[in-house]
Design a binder for this molecule. Structure first.
Ligand SMILES: CC(C)(COP(=O)(O)OP(=O)(O)OC[C@H]1O[C@@H](n2cnc3c(N)ncnc32)[C@H](O)[C@@H]1OP(=O)(O)O)[C@@H](O)C(=O)NCCC(=O)NCCS
Length: 168
């Protein structure tokens, strides 16, 4: 099990059922809600938190919730999870950051932590990330992390672009 992880600025904790309210707060952020799942009602946030906690128990890894190490403020969430993407079970990495913290490199910092764990402890041969084609901020994070070869995919019937990073 991967577990908690500290980056230079963030405390990353495995999401558990008790984080439902934090997820609800994160997804209530309007610029976040535009891109991802929309606003969540509290029972939906609870379902997401429960599903992620189950993912940690089942796969030994799933998304982290991210707090500022100094202030303790909620910054976002992200990290690794095994997902069925483009016809195969793949190790996927993602990030969501509260809008007030955009433009400071926090998503990239979460991403770097995920790559380190994925290629280190988990021994992955490749890590993928995907987003809506017009989500340029998320694509920029992928590119900053060295992810390459974007290609169009369908996921749950929607159009996305998939980036891949092979084991360095
Ligand atoms: C996608 C998302 C996480 C990206 O956030 P972000 O703040 O743009 O990304 P980063 O945290 O990597 O920050 C990069 C920016 O900070 C700057 N920066 C400052 N310090 C930095 C550092 N130490 N390292 C990297 N970048 C840094 C970069 O120059 C860049 O600035 P720019 O946007 O003016 O080019 C954010 O837009 C978001 O939460 N969107 C809604 C949810 C979402 O769509 N998630 C993705 C689903 S696939």
């Amino acid at each position: 099990m991967v577990g908690r992880y500290d980056t230079p600025r963030l405390r990353l904790e495995p999401i558990e059922p008790a984080h439902a309210v934090e997820l609800w707060r994160l997804h209530a952020d309007e610029p976040v809600a535009i891109w991802w799942l929309g606003r969540l009602r509290l029972p939906q946030a609870q379902a997401v938190a429960d599903e992620m906690a189950a993912g940690w128990a089942r796969d030994g890894v799933h998304k982290w919730i991210a707090y500022d190490r100094v202030s303790g403020e909620l910054v976002g969430r992200g990290g690794l999870s095994y997902q069925h993407v483009d016809g195969a079970r793949r190790l996927e990495i993602g990030w969501i950051v509260r809008a007030r913290y955009w433009g400071r490199g926090y998503a990239t910092e979460i991403g770097r932590a995920g790559l380190e764990v994925g290629f280190g402890e988990l021994g992955a041969d490749e890590i993928v990330a995907f987003t809506e084609p017009d989500n340029l901020r998320s694509r920029a994070v992928m590119e900053r992390l060295g992810m390459r070869d974007p290609r169009p995919i369908r996921h749950h019937g929607e159009h996305f672009v998939l980036y891949t990073l092979p084991r360095p």
